[in-house]
Design a protein around this ligand. Structure first.
Ligand code: ZN
Length: 293
């Protein structure tokens, strides 16, 4: 039988829905915000954070560490949460796929919302660029600035999978604008990327893909952490020591076998163009026309 609570029963038994509660501080009563108020704020900020459903389970407490670099990255993530919003530099987590970069970035973003009530937002780089590009078609309501505003102004931004987008002058300028604005406003940003930090003839390098100027901004505004680990997409979640040893031995993707093959961790493709450092003023006057690809 369905049973409906009468509407006069408060949803919160602690505060009778006043959102205030009395606590004891050194023997004296003090009024403070009720837990339900914090929960509602957290729920609403979390909803605004745009975390894709496949990452909603990601927490700092369920991040798996199998290597020293994963432990280091986890420690730095915890420290960023503790220090927020007084954070000198964000984090740039780079390394192969499957080592937990996005998990860690999402987890720290949620924790900053939960513990600090921060306005924090997650964008997958390709998705962000698509949203900006869609504003040029005239079909959407939003302007490019309306799309970019929350990205530029969030107290914490996670920009996921930097470098997965196809390189173009427009992409370089748009990402340069995001990086530069957040840099000059001293807002904390966490990047994840598969890009490698080799010279600018390597297409998967920061210098080639983003330009030297943006690379140097990233060096200034973020602590770079190279992450390696077992690829949990290959080994499966919660691998045993035996699983990891077997993977190390057999998988062509394991660090050991990659080193043996003598190949770079990413194939270099055929492009060999040189990047010229740009004087690049990052404003909204896109150089390659508005229909950038
Ligand atoms: Zn309450």
């Amino acid at each position: 039988m369905d049973f409906e609570l009468p509407s006069c029963v408060p949803a919160c038994a602690i505060c009778d829905d006043t959102t205030w509660k009395t606590v004891d501080v050194d023997g004296a009563p003090r009024v403070t915000r009720c837990d339900c108020w914090h929960q509602r704020l957290y729920d609403s900020l979390l909803k605004g954070a745009r975390i894709p459903r496949r990452y909603t389970h990601c927490e700092l407490t369920n991040f798996e560490t199998h290597t020293d670099s994963q432990r280091t990255a986890h420690r730095k993530a915890v420290r960023l949460v503790e220090q927020f919003p007084v954070v000198d530099r964000g984090l740039l987590l780079y390394g192969e796929a499957g080592v937990g970069k996005t998990h860690l970035a999402v987890a720290l973003l949620k924790e900053v919302i939960r513990r600090k009530g921060a306005r924090a937002v997650f964008y997958e780089t390709r998705e962000l660029l698509k949203l900006v590009r869609d504003t040029y078609s005239g079909t959407g309501e939003a302007t490019e600035l309306e799309v970019l505003k929350p990205v530029l102004e969030a107290e914490l931004l996670v920009l996921d999978d930097l470098g997965a987008e196809k390189k173009s002058e427009w992409v370089e300028e748009t990402l340069g604008l995001v990086v530069n604005t957040r840099y000059s406003e001293r807002r904390a940003t966490v990047f994840t990327t598969n890009l490698v930090d080799t010279d600018n003839t390597e297409p998967s390098s920061f210098a080639f893909h983003l330009g030297l100027r943006t690379r140097s901004r990233l060096l200034e505004m973020c602590e770079w952490i190279r992450m390696d680990g077992v690829d949990t997409r290959e080994v499966g979640p919660q691998p045993t020591h035996e699983d990891i040893a077997r993977w190390q031995e057999r998988s062509p993707a394991s660090p050991k076998n990659r080193a043996k093959s003598g190949l770079p961790t990413r194939t270099s493709g055929q492009a060999r163009a040189q990047i010229k450092p740009r004087d690049g003023k990052a404003d909204l006057k896109w150089p390659g026309g508005r229909a950038g690809s």
